[in-house]
Design a protein around this ligand. Structure first.
Ligand code: ATP
Ligand code: MG
Length: 145
């Protein structure tokens, strides 16, 4: 009951364009993250740019902060200092629903819901069958390719 709630879902007047991210350039500017007050920094001033359209691997030994970096993109953990820009938009200025619904993550251990492939691809009934078929085709191509 005493835990502070997350940032607002949507911030009217500061909503990203529907087609954002346009190319997917991600810039981290002096990103510092700690999980709790009075604990040491887990990320200590990360500065880097990932250009859009590339596949990038991040390596580092266990506990070095790889998952923390990805969590920061979704604002599962908020930076203590610094900022993340995706296609020149500071992600901390938009609502978390707007941020998270425009990004996708494929976790290490994928999960399927009980039900059809259609339901798994479109659990919130947001897309047409045509779009699902296209996405499915792309997925199959990726898996085979
Ligand atoms: N929810 C959390 N609360 C407090 N500390 C955390 C939390 N999650 C991670 N940490 C700490 O942050 C540091 C970075 O952990 P993180 O999980 O980001 O590393 P990682 O590089 O993904 O490791 P692995 O290769 O094992 O997945 C570690 O010291 C970890 O103990
Ligand atoms: Mg990890």
């Amino acid at each position: 009951m005493h835990i502070q709630s997350e940032a607002p879902e949507i911030i009217e007047g500061n909503r990203p364009p529907a087609n954002w991210p346009f190319v997917g350039k991600v810039e981290m500017k002096d990103l510092k993250i700690r999980y709790c007050p009075n604990t040491s920094l887990v990320l200590r001033g990360i500065r880097c740019t990932f250009e859009g359209g590339y596949t990038v691997g991040i390596v580092g030994r266990t506990g070095s902060g790889k998952s923390t970096l990805i969590s920061a993109l979704f604002r599962l953990v908020e930076p203590t200092e610094g900022a993340i820009f995706i296609d020149d938009l500071t992600i901390s200025t938009v609502g978390i629903h707007d941020l998270r619904s425009h990004l996708a993550i494929i976790p290490q251990d994928p999960m399927l819901f009980g039900g059809s492939i259609r339901y798994n691809l479109n659990p919130l009934s947001e897309h047409s069958d045509h779009d699902i078929r296209e996405a499915n085709q792309m997925l199959i191509t990726l898996l085979i390719g």
